[in-house]
Design a protein. Structure first.
Length: 340
């Protein structure tokens, strides 16, 4: 077993609305990532993926608030650190974040080198601009970005180039963990491949030690990450290897996600597309039992009674459902036979 870089235990965070209502967008999430590994987080829009990403950095801005749990990065428990301490010693150095729509995160009036200087000098004001440029030039070129990009304005770059530039800036301080929140969305297929190749390269050459890749496209994670967690209504409903999560999902929600997406991988291309009925529950007042029960065609009355814990089944695999593994597999096999 490799060294654990990120250890999250029972993390719960909430949004407090202007009417003082609590919205528990992340509810009791636990995860571990070892050095050299990548973890994918999948789920439909509104399930809590991006809120989890923000929560993992331990730097909360209202309306997002920390409630409970621990976030331990490379042995440092950041859950209860002061915001200023987190910003100075953790963000960028221990954990870095690539936000959604990252290509639009760059100020159009500044050259790329200005962003680079701001990032480095915010953590160490003694570093000269010449030293910063040389370091940035080396980093950009090692990631397949020409050094002249540093002298350009964002408007002079293509969407894919801007996305890769933001990624390069995010890893300037060599963080232990990189969180990429839908980094390939809004890009054409060629640019998506370049971004994914760049993220893999960051791991291979040691600029980052571990990565979390967030997307609503579960099959995409098969080509990017080692393991996958499926998230629904603020909770983790399944943990599995990337192969098992895509080709052998256990939780009915994971099964539904795979069934609702066109998959190019051999063995899944001819699978008939199906939609998941209904909408996720309102997290101001979440259901007391299984949060997926109202949308699940296999649900029984007992599914709605009490909270359902993750069921560990070995080899790092777990799912949140009242049905035993063999019973789920029988139901899925019977359904497949009926539609054959």
């Amino acid at each position: 077993m490799n060294r654990v870089i990120l250890d999250v235990r029972g993390l719960t965070t909430k949004y407090i609305t202007r009417y003082r209502e609590n919205v528990y967008a992340v509810d009791g999430v636990s995860l571990q990532i070892e050095e050299g590994k990548s973890l994918g987080i999948a789920g439909e829009s509104g399930c809590g993926k991006s809120t989890l990403a923000l929560s993992l950095m331990g730097y909360y801005f209202p309306p997002l608030h920390y409630t409970s749990g621990e976030i331990i990065i490379d042995g440092i428990n950041i859950s209860k650190m002061k915001p200023d301490d987190v910003r100075k010693s953790i963000l960028g150095r221990e954990i870095a974040y690539i936000p959604q729509s990252a290509m639009n995160a760059l100020n159009p009036t500044q050259r790329i080198i200005n962003f680079v200087e701001d990032v480095v000098q915010a953590h160490d004001s003694s570093v000269s601009k010449k030293a910063i440029y040389e370091k940035a030039k080396e980093l950009f070129e090692s990631l397949g970005l020409p050094a002249e990009v540093l002298h350009k304005y964002p408007v002079e770059l293509s969407g894919g180039m801007k996305q890769r530039t933001v990624i390069a800036i995010s890893v300037l301080l060599l963080p232990q963990v990189l969180i990429a929140d839908e980094p390939s969305s809004a890009l054409d297929v060629t640019s998506q491949k370049m971004v994914i190749k760049m993220l893999r390269n960051l791991m291979e050459i040691g600029y980052i030690k571990a990565m979390i890749f967030i997307t609503h496209e579960l099959p995409l994670l098969y080509n990017v990450t080692d393991d996958i967690m499926v998230m629904y209504a603020g909770q983790i409903v399944e943990k599995a290897s990337a192969h098992d999560a895509v080709f052998d999902p256990l939780h009915p929600y994971s099964k539904g996600l795979m069934g609702s997406i066109i998959v190019p991988e051999e063995g899944l291309r001819s699978t008939k597309l199906t939609a998941i009925p209904g909408v996720p529950p309102n997290l101001k007042n979440p259901p007391s039992g299984c949060r997926f029960a109202e949308r699940c065609k296999y649900a029984k009355p007992e599914c709605t009674v009490t909270a359902i814990p993750l069921r560990e089944i070995g080899n790092g695999r777990a799912y949140r459902c009242i049905f035993p593994e063999d019973e789920l597999r029988r139901m899925y096999a019977k359904e497949a036979a009926q539609h054959a």
